[in-house]
Write a protein that binds this ligand. Structure first.
Ligand code: PTJ
Length: 245
């Protein structure tokens, strides 16, 4: 798919950029998605471009919430779809969650392109095309969700979310699992579970934990009860402050 040699010291970061660029070319990712990617990369660099122990614990708690949910939905935007289409489908399969396309810069074309792309990667029954319900307290476009999807969900995984929508979903009483590399951003701060990690690593990590926790409600409960969101954010901020060249 790309011509970056795996031995390149910045292999993963370059691969990520190529995927986002290709996403824009395919009509999946918005131009603003390019800016978001640059911002994410800077934080990833400061965090050492690895899944920290703290982020791993958050991923485990997220897996437990997804497995024990009545109705779990994974929200998919243009960046998530471009970066981890197959991994999102796998996560949905392992946890029983649904996938719903939900965009900040919403256009019918992009919704359909993303749904098609997810189906190409094995997804069934992608939601977000009906958009027959609204998240209260948000302006029109960002508020559009499926009544039998995000609107009805008790647990929602929202990667790379903007703060307003994250807050509004929280106000609806939903358990929010947020993947965001910026621990200072409002969405991880309002999340039940902030996963401060690159989505490229975070989604497979959540899936791995879900495989291990599946069918074990006691272990799921323990992962949820021992997780401390404030400590997770503090860990990420400390890591950034203590970074050395
Ligand atoms: O496809 P759309 O229309 O829904 O738009 C999606 C974007 C991401 C463009 C939109 O939601 C947006 O503008 O988001 P922001 O406000 O730029 O926030 C994106 C957040 O995600 C920032 O805090 C970034 O640090 C973070 N981020 C960027 N890339 C990654 C990331 N977090 C995890 N993994 C990444 N690869």
């Amino acid at each position: 798919e790309v011509s970056v040699p795996e031995s390149h010291p910045r292999y993963e970061s370059l691969l990520t950029r190529h995927r986002i660029e290709a996403g824009v070319e395919r009509g999946i990712t918005s131009k603003q998605g390019l800016i978001a990617e640059g911002r994410g990369e800077a934080f990833d660099y400061l965090l050492g471009e690895e899944t920290t122990d703290s982020a791993d614990r958050a991923a485990r708690a997220a897996a437990a919430y997804l497995l024990s949910a009545e109705h779990a939905v994974v929200s998919v935007n243009g960046n998530a779809a471009a970066l981890v289409p197959e991994e999102l489908v796998e996560l949905a399969d392992v946890t029983g969650a649904e996938l719903e396309v939900n965009l900040f810069n919403r256009t019918r074309e992009r919704i359909e392109a993303i749904a098609d792309y997810l189906r190409e990667h094995g997804a069934e029954g992608v939601k977000g095309l009906d958009a027959d319900a609204r998240i209260p307290g948000l302006d029109h476009e960002r508020a559009k969700v499926d009544s039998d999807g995000i609107y009805d969900a008790d647990v929602v995984l929202v990667p790379l979310e903007d703060g307003d929508r994250a807050e509004a979903l929280g106000e609806m009483g939903k358990t929010e699992l947020v993947v965001d590399l910026n621990p200072l951003s409002r969405s991880p701060q309002v999340a039940t579970v902030p996963i401060v990690d690159n989505i490229i690593r975070a989604i497979p990590t959540i899936t791995e934990h879900a495989r291990e926790l599946a069918g074990d409600p006691a272990a799921q409960q323990a992962a949820i009860e021992t997780f401390d969101a404030d400590a997770a954010l503090a860990d990420a901020k400390r890591r950034i402050r203590e970074v050395e060249a």
